[in-house]
Design a protein around this ligand. Structure first.
Ligand code: PLP
Length: 407
């Protein structure tokens, strides 16, 4: 109950978000100026990219230019880009579309291999296939730094290669750990098994090339890279067959029906180009800022623990503040104008620990005492200063609140 109460109080107290210090860029990051201006400009234009007249052709040209820009940014060809309404939709299309196609080819191919730290946008469609379509799933474990246990994955494939697909995220959204995809792809391709990766967090943050990795399907999302919300893409290797999830007008090579959102697609193209061109510069800045943030938070709260791995996304700093509830920390920080994330769900007043942290072997209590700060290309050292100026007091208050609620 306290979780809901704190949230309500915080809503009332802190409606003015304009002054906030935003440290939740992994949830969503601001649109870049260029992407925003492109979108605003395009919103003033008329045209359905499927229409044959002049307005339609103009809209189609915008879409195809954006598709080229996205393809070049992810190391794919334009024909491999299937535009979707979100990263979640792209993940659903990859998981369900590949599963249905593969069991149509051979009904024995009903196994799915994935990891225990996937985003719910991968886990839940897989679980849905298990519950409703006769799929079997193996969730591969990770170590205490959220690195995939590749030996376990290889052994699972070797044990029974009748696998519909392997889906392993490129980088984890909570602690940032990068996954050993090269070995995953090698092991799966030995048996002709397609590999999908959810690269929603990795795209624009670390170098990646769809072609060079020899991936079969890869998900990206606009709002994590400075593009708009509500636009994403599934990159699908040429000649790889997928059963559509959305049926209708046959857009996107019949893989994803629905009128194309030209303004959002144009803006995604702009954001993707910027993300690729400025990748090194942005990443180096974020790494520097994250180092500063981590060192200064640990100096303020010496018994805090920094989680994750060295091979991590540049902008994610994740901590456990033992003895404090993550949701209390989040809301106390929010009341001070600092926005962060727990990665767990505080629904119906009951805080639930993150499945990612539990999979890393954390106790429920420690998992609930954890918080993620994530940086973006617009983050500054003033953001770090603001956090550092309050974190010590906030942790102390949250720990005291925890002791009181236990009495
Ligand atoms: N996959 C990962 C790893 C994510 O972090 C997210 C968003 O948080 C998604 C998928 C979902 O993407 P979208 O918000 O575009 O639906």
């Amino acid at each position: 109950m306290w979780c809901r109460k704190l949230r309500q109080e915080s809503w009332r107290a802190n409606l003015d978000v304009a002054m906030s210090t935003y440290l939740d860029h992994a949830a969503t990051t601001p649109m870049s100026d260029a992407a925003r201006l492109a979108m605003i400009d395009e919103l003033g234009n008329l045209g359905n990219a499927s229409s044959l007249h002049a307005s339609g052709r103009r809209s189609r040209k915008v879409v195809e230019e954006a598709r080229e820009a996205i393809a070049s940014a992810v190391g794919a060809t334009p024909g491999e880009i299937v535009l979707t309404g979100s990263g979640t939709e792209a993940n659903n299309l990859a998981v369900k579309g590949l599963y249905w196609k593969r069991i149509q080819e051979d009904p024995a191919n009903n196994r799915i291999i994935s990891s225990s730290i996937e985003h719910h946008a991968v886990m839940d469609p897989i679980q849905w296939l298990v519950d409703h379509e006769g799929a079997e799933v193996t969730w591969i474990s990770v170590n205490d730094r959220a690195q995939l246990n590749v030996e376990e994955l290889v052994a699972e494939i070797e044990r029974d290669p009748k696998v519909a697909l392997v889906s392993i995220m490129f980088a984890n959204n909570e602690v940032g750990t990068l996954q050993p995809l090269v070995r995953v792809i090698e092991a799966a391709h030995k048996y002709g098994i397609p590999v999908h990766t959810d690269a929603v967090q990795a795209f624009g943050k670390v170098p990646l090339s769809f072609k060079e990795l020899d991936l079969d399907a890869m998900t990206i999302s606009g709002h994590k890279i400075g593009g708009p919300l509500g636009i994403g893409a599934l990159i699908v290797k040429k000649n790889l067959k997928l059963t559509p999830v959305l049926h209708g007008g046959g857009q996107e090579r019949d893989i994803r029906s629905g009128t194309l959102d030209t303004p959002a697609i144009r803006a995604l193209g702009v954001a993707a180009t910027e993300a690729a061109e400025q990748l090194t510069e942005r990443a180096l800045r974020m790494v520097e800022l994250r180092r500063e943030l981590t060192a200064r938070v640990l100096a303020e709260v010496p018994d805090a623990r920094a989680n994750g791995d060295e091979l991590t996304l540049p902008g994610i700093a994740h901590f456990t503040f033992a003895g404090a509830e993550g949701d209390a920390l989040l809301l106390l920080l929010d009341a001070q104008g600092i926005e962060s994330s727990t990665g767990s769900a505080c629904s119906a007043g009951v805080p639930r620990p993150s499945h990612v942290l539990l999979a890393m072997g954390m106790s429920e209590v420690d998992a609930r005492a954890s918080l993620r700060f994530s940086l973006g290309f617009s983050s500054t050292s003033q953001d770090v200063d603001a956090l550092v100026s309050v974190i010590g007091g906030v942790v102390e208050r949250a720990r005291k609140a925890g002791q009181v609620s236990k009495r």
